[in-house]
Write a protein that binds this ligand. Structure first.
Ligand SMILES: N[C@@H](CCC(=O)N[C@@H](CS)C(=O)NCC(=O)O)C(=O)O
Length: 211
């Protein structure tokens, strides 16, 4: 259920099971171990390590960048409108990918921190109210308008942007957001995909919040 799911899901869409997964105990603080901090100084998941033919490894530390790059690397799968001269399809795709992995993500992260992760002394109910209202009043209508027009966030076809926005909708639904039927139908469509099922098959191993 962490942001790793966005990347894991897309990898299953693109290459089946042909990648290795390493898990990290976030609630146990394993992201602060020296070896992990060398890979990601932001002490966060996901990290994507790409092994190159010269034996070196390139490390990526931003889920939105990973999704964007991976979708472009496998054009035959057709999960990203091709980068070319300007096309409205490509522009809209990038816009949704970045909206999902920055703006919408930022709002959900504030909710996650203040509802689930901070100690009771650091939680702030006004911050929770502010971001719940922002999500309901500003973000949900934009997503609903898109899902009223078509089955996926870009319209008729599933794309890598759904791996980010679908994950966000799933995340938001844990806070009682995205309650409209259009979101339930969207999640049902996404959950019917074998790659989604493979990506979330281990979800029971992870607790939604620290005990
Ligand atoms: N902008 C980053 C955010 C990554 C992030 O905050 N991941 C969370 C889990 S979803 C994490 O690992 N938090 C642990 C920590 O901050 O110590 C991305 O999208 O990859």
């Amino acid at each position: 259920m962490s942001r790793s799911a966005r990347v894991k899901w897309l990898l299953h869409e693109l290459v089946g099971d042909d990648f290795d997964v390493e898990t990290l105990g976030l609630y146990q603080g394993q992201q602060y171990q020296a070896d992990y901090l060398r890979r990601n100084p932001n002490h966060a998941v996901p990290v994507l390590e790409v092994s190159l033919s010269d034996g070196s490894v390139f490390t990526m530390i931003e889920s939105g960048a990973m999704v964007s790059l991976l979708a472009d690397l496998y054009p035959v799968e057709g999960l990203a409108p091709p980068p070319a001269d300007f096309t409205p399809e490509r522009a809209d795709y990038l816009q949704m990918l970045h909206f999902g992995s920055s703006w919408v993500d930022m709002v959900l992260w504030q909710l996650r921190l203040h509802r689930d992760l901070y100690s009771p002394a650091d939680r702030d109910d006004r911050t929770i109210d502010r971001y719940m209202n922002k999500f309901r009043a500003e973000i949900e209508p934009q997503l609903k308008a898109r899902l009223d027009r078509g089955p996926y966030i870009l319209g008729a076809s599933f794309s890598a942007a759904d791996c980010v926005m679908g994950h966000n909708v799933l995340w938001a639904s844990l806070y009682g957001l995205c309650a409209d039927d259009c979101f339930a139908s969207y999640l049902e469509r996404l959950a019917a995909r074998p790659a989604f099922q493979a990506a979330f098959a281990d979800r029971d191993q992870f607790a939604p919040r620290p005990s």
